[in-house]
Design a binder for this molecule. Structure first.
Ligand code: NAD
Ligand code: UFG
Length: 336
């Protein structure tokens, strides 16, 4: 039996495919390559010495999905495929709802028609909205989200919960990621954003390599230790290993479970800038700008449920994340 990884050519997907193959799992990857290069899967093959079975298919393509499930013996789907740019989602809500929600509904329907009822879903800390208490536990309750991307995660969690409630043969694990950064130690795979990056770490690495002049720090008047936004940055390899643990868990017929995947450590924008500078010996020029709309002051996890129930905890620290992000950027200045 195999694991289907949708969005497996992307940033988190490609790192997860490496860890699944290293753990001896059989993997099939589906991706429409909208935000990924086929090169990432070649690199996964180079790292693991294994061949990756790949379907270039869209999750909204019902026939493509039916053919895949008819050809492959899939036991569980790890569902990464989706659009993820917060800012873009405000301008293209229809595209986000269609891709993420129609796509996932099509996938779920094809799965159940082929008797595949195990899903691990990529959710996000964004579903908590502006947290009342930190660190955030899974039972904190969902909050108000500030953009269509976040609403797709919020709604898909609800949809998967309702699907499970109606048919208890399903096993659903909702993984709420905090802020994934870093890259595989080899420097062969990493984050490959299109155009000017929206997220902090790829922006920093592009300043470091000279593609961008300086970092804009969005606000220094938050109620945090240095006034800049605090997040829970997690190494993408730790996140990938979390999926291997979730695969072991789902085999126990878990029903519906939710896990935070984070480090539990809050790091500010300026903390990350300074950590990058000292890890890599490069100065990152920055200017303070206005707050970015929709940002919260502080967001970090309590990840003790994942430790208790999945036997998972993050191993890499901020220095590792800074070194590994920089190695990937240096080895791939123009991306893949
Ligand atoms: P990514 O864009 O690198 O990967 C997503 C992959 O899905 C891409 O390879 C893309 O080509 C593919 N895809 C998109 N729409 C598709 C479709 N309709 N059919 C088939 N393939 C499609 O993003 P990522 O950072 O690896 O994120 C993976 C998942 O984790 C996403 O669902 C994202 O929303 C979620 N997530 C990411 C973060 C983050 O900060 N990176 C945080 C929380 C949650
Ligand atoms: N920031 C800057 N300058 C930049 C980019 C970001 O100061 O150029 C700041 C932000 O204001 C924030 C912090 O850096 O305080 C992190 O911002 P990111 O854009 O890297 O990440 P977010 O926390 O906003 O969101 C990310 C993903 C979401 C996901 C969320 C989960 O983009 O998809 O993590 O916590 F939902």
């Amino acid at each position: 039996m195999s694991i289907l990884v949708t969005g497996g050519a992307g940033f988190i997907g490609s790192h997860t495919v490496v860890e699944l193959l290293n753990a001896g799992e059989d993997v099939v990857v589906l991706d429409n390559l909208y935000n990924a290069s086929p090169e990432s899967l070649k690199r996964v093959e180079e790292i693991t010495g294994k061949t990756v079975k790949f379907y270039e298919t869209d999750i909204r393509d019902r026939k493509g999905l039916d053919d895949l499930f008819a050809n492959e013996k899939i036991e569980t789907v790890i569902h990464f495929a989706g659009l993820k740019a917060v800012g873009e989602s405000v301008y293209k809500p229809w595209e986000y709802y269609d891709n993420n929600i129609t796509g996932t509904l099509t996938l779920i329907d094809s799965m159940r028609n082929h008797g595949v009822k195990n899903m691990i879903f990529s959710s996000s800390a964004t579903v908590y909205g502006d947290p009342k208490v930190v660190p955030i536990t899974e039972d904190a309750g969902k909050g108000n989200v500030t953009n269509p991307y976040g609403w797709t995660k919020w709604m898909l969690e609800q949809i998967l919960t309702d699907i499970y409630n109606a048919d208890k043969e399903w096993n659903v694990i909702l993984l709420r990621y905090f802020n994934p950064i870093g890259a595989h130690k080899s420097g062969l795979i990493g984050e490959n954003p299109n155009g000017v990056p929206n997220n902090l770490m790829p922006y920093i690495t592009q300043v470091a390599i000279g593609k961008l002049k300086e970092l804009g720090v969005f606000g220094d008047d938050y109620p945090t230790h240095d006034g800049t936004g605090v997040r829970d940055y997690i190494h993408v390899v730790d996140l990938a290993v979390g999926h291997v643990k979730a695969i072991e868990k789902i085999k126990e017929n878990v029903g519906l479970e939710i896990y935070n995947l984070g480090t539990g450590v809050g790091v500010s924008v300026l903390d990350l800038v300074h950590a990058f500078e000292s890890a890599n010996g490069i100065k990152i020029p920055y200017v303070i700008k206005a707050r970015r709309e929709g940002d919260v002051a502080t967001c970090y996890s309590d990840a003790s449920k994942a430790k208790r129930e999945l036997g998972w905890e993050a191993k890499y620290n901020i220095e590792d994340m800074c070194k590994d992000s920089w190695r990937f950027q240096q080895k791939n200045p123009e991306g893949y």
